[in-house]
Design a protein around this ligand. Structure first.
Ligand code: NAP
Length: 297
């Protein structure tokens, strides 16, 4: 199996490269730093590269992910998360391989009180969410063999993410104020890569499993709740931490509006995997055990 991983230097892409199935011919692709490079803004390069590589599977973990910055450059976000994804889908429909693509909980408005199912109506609140929604729509239009995996609140021990920011602030600030009225599910990149490959294995046996899936651990929390777990862990290891304060979103204004509730119902995926997904805390804890708190300073 020839497996092309786009966004190979990002949080999820990097884990996908590390965990690639033994025996697969893996081609990591990033904007720079890999033997094969691709800038998704270079739209003509997309079909050219894929027609040359002829992959059996493309996993697209590349995206414009700067949620607040997207408000200032929505066109660029749409080009990378929408138009480029459409070209990936069109080319894979032509060359005949599987496209695995990630999308986001931010396609939802967040005014529901029950976890969102794949069939629930989308209504993105911000430019990033809209651009990712365009990507989903483009794949649905082109209909290559595909798995679209919507996930949320991605973190890892590497990369730019909430976990690392909190570990740094906990050690460098007297007080850290974190919003407590946005509810979602933290998802570790290593877990996301692992489940992606489990689903790929199922798909290889049954390509009729193509479609849209929600993929996060079970359970939910607020950003404050997520931060509290991190702080608790640091203190348990003997580090002194900042005081943690819960605040409402309006006290932490950001350019992009975010959904108040974006928990994803993952039962469709659990049915395919034949097992419940673990709670988010169970995924977080072993990852924190591997953390060197000083490495983020
Ligand atoms: N992070 C989250 O909280 C979150 C939540 C829900 C869904 N998702 C989705 O999950 C997927 C993976 O996200 P992530 O957290 O791994 O993001 P990430 O760490 O920001 O990685 C994104 C990668 O995309 C690459 N990229 C950006 N623009 C590009 C372009 N024009 N051409 C080629 N590559 C480009 C970046 O390359 P450079 O390093 O060169 O910039 C980076 O390696 C994305 O589809 C994202 O939308 C993420």
């Amino acid at each position: 199996m020839r497996l092309v991983i786009l966004g190979a230097t990002g949080q999820v892409g990097w884990q996908l490269v590390q965990q690639a199935p033994p025996g697969a011919e893996v081609i990591p692709v990033a904007r720079q730093g890999t033997a094969v490079t691709l800038d998704l803004e270079d739209l003509e390069a997309i079909p050219r590269l894929l027609k040359m590589l002829r992959p059996d599977v493309v996993i697209n973990a590349a995206a414009y992910t700067a949620v607040d910055q997207a408000e200032r450059e929505p066109q660029r976000a749409q080009r990378i998360n929408g138009t480029a994804v459409g070209l990936l889908a069109e080319t894979m429909a032509t060359v005949g391989g599987l496209l695995i693509h990630y999308s986001t909980d931010y396609v939802f408005a967040g005014n529901q009180s029950l976890p969102y199912r794949e069939t629930d109506a989308t209504a993105p609140l911000n430019a990033y969410g809209y651009s990712k929604w365009l990507g989903e729509q483009a794949i649905a239009r082109q209909q290559p063999a595909h798995l679209i995996l919507r996930t949320s609140w991605v973190y890892d021990l590497r990369g730019k993410n909430f976990l690392r920011t909190m570990v740094r602030l906990a050690q460098t600030r007297p007080v850290v104020r974190v919003v407590a009225d946005q509810i979602g599910t933290p998802t570790a990149a290593p877990f996301l890569a692992q489940v992606t490959y489990q689903l790929l294995e199922r798909w290889l046996a049954a390509p009729s499993l193509s479609g849209l899936y929600h993929l996060t651990p079970r359970g939910s929390t607020s950003w404050y709740g997520f931060a509290a777990k991190i702080f608790e862990h640091l203190r348990a290891r003997g580090y002194s931490t900042a005081a943690l304060e819960a605040i409402p979103s309006h006290e932490y204004p950001t350019p992009a509006k975010r959904p108040a509730f974006s928990v994803l119902n993952c039962e469709k995926l659990e049915a395919v995997l034949g097992a419940p997904l673990p709670p988010w805390e169970v995924i977080l804890e072993p990852l924190l055990m591997q953390l060197d708190p000083q490495s983020v300073l």
